[in-house]
Design a protein around this ligand. Structure first.
Ligand code: GDP
Length: 366
């Protein structure tokens, strides 16, 4: 847990949940908790979450993030029962290098959305948060208004585990947030590595924030990330920077034309904005809603979510099989022996893998 930067409110940095006012009588919740020493029942969780109880939503996300298998088991049951309440939300991924203005953008967009009656959840994937203790740019206070907005919920990136593990936890948290009535889910990630691929696999719309005047190599954005984007928005478009942002917009639009037509039939759009002044934030939102209308109409919205769910199922199986293999104590000496043989060029990697799989299958058949 990050205690170094207690004032840092970015979803990518804060390691503690943001406290929200309870939407139900706290005494009722406390009675509920006392009724079962081990915590509320699965049904109580589901009932309270779907009633919009933020406290129990947070608690359920803590179960998702817990390393304890019994917590994990309860979390799975809660998620399963919350699934029917999801499906009508907008899931939006937001990426860009540190400093591009993600937090400021989310603050500007989020407060605008809550003012128009929407309920906004901000989640994050930051696999580096463990290494850097969540401090990418130091302890600046961000998303202040949103953090104090009763119609917003900000949850930092789970800090422990592999990217796959962190991504899974975030995806499961999305489901619970939706069941709690959040209709707009913003998933923030730092655009410098594999994490945007993970975010892309769990959102409907993927927004890349860029700056004018810095080459792509400078911004560390790979072509693959541009290809995943449904929109590129050039931030900090104000004052002297506005012209440069407009120029960059044209360059990006030209570059995007060269990419193959996506399955969604949505041609990625480019715009400029100033998260700081609020310039064109509404237009960016209008573009996002255009995307949802178009993809709901042509069926891609549903298809993408189904594809994502199928992909998650296969990934989960692969991970579980991997765990089963690598946690098998009896195979460890053989793994070490074959590694040594590979080292001495006495066996090919494929052959060694084949022998290990045979031994593994024989083990589990016993
Ligand atoms: P993040 O690391 O991507 O989350 O970026 P932040 O939102 O923390 O912004 C980085 C810095 O850029 C902060 O000092 C912001 O105040 C500033 N910033 C963000 N958006 C804008 C903008 O639209 N215009 C200007 N001039 N500065 C901005």
């Amino acid at each position: 847990m990050n205690t170094d930067h207690p004032k840092d409110n970015s979803a990518l940095r804060v390691q503690k949940g943001i406290e929200h006012p309870d939407s139900v009588n706290p005494e009722a919740v406390s009675r509920l908790m006392k009724a079962r020493k081990s915590g509320p029942s699965v049904d109580a969780y589901v009932h309270e979450i779907t009633a919009g109880n933020i406290m129990l939503l947070s608690k359920a996300i803590t179960l998702i993030e817990s390393a304890r298998p019994e917590h994990h088991a309860i979390a799975q049951q809660i998620i399963e029962k919350c699934l029917p309440f999801t499906g009508n939300s907008y899931r939006i991924g937001i990426t860009g290098v540190p400093g591009v203005g993600k937090s400021t953008f989310i603050e500007a967009l989020g407060t605008q959305l809550t003012a128009s009656g929407k309920k906004v959840a901000v989640l994050a994937i930051d696999p580096s948060s463990q290494r850097t203790k969540g401090s990418i740019l130091g302890d600046k206070t961000r998303m202040e208004s949103l953090a104090n907005d009763p119609n917003a919920f900000i949850r930092p990136s789970p800090s422990a585990g592999t990217l796959g593990g962190v991504a899974r936890k975030t995806h499961e948290s999305i489901i619970l947030c939706e069941a709690a009535g959040f209709d707009t889910i913003l998933v923030e990630t730092v655009g410098v590595g594999q994490s945007e691929v993970a975010v892309h696999s769990m959102v409907d719309f993927f927004l890349l924030l860029q700056l004018a005047g810095a080459g792509d190599e400078l911004q560390g954005i790979k072509r693959g990330i541009m290809e995943m984007a449904d929109a590129i928005v050039i931030n900090k478009a104000e004052g002297e920077n506005l012209n440069r942002a407009e120029l960059a917009k044209r360059e990006y639009a030209n570059a995007l034309h060269l990419f193959p037509k996506p399955e969604s039939e949505w041609l990625p759009r480019v715009d400029v904005c100033s998260a700081q002044s609020g310039y064109r934030i509404q237009e960016v939102w209008d573009m996002i809603t255009d995307y949802f209308s178009a993809t709901r109409q042509n069926g891609y919205f549903k298809k993408k979510r189904t594809d994502q769910a199928r992909h998650i199922m296969h990934q989960t199986i692969q991970a579980a099989l991997g765990d089963l293999f690598y946690q098998n104590e009896a195979l460890r000496p053989m793994v070490r022996e074959l590694e040594a043989q590979i080292h001495n060029d006495r066996i090919s990697a494929y052959n060694a893998a084949g022998k290990l799989m045979e031994a593994f299958i024989a083990q589990i058949r016993k």
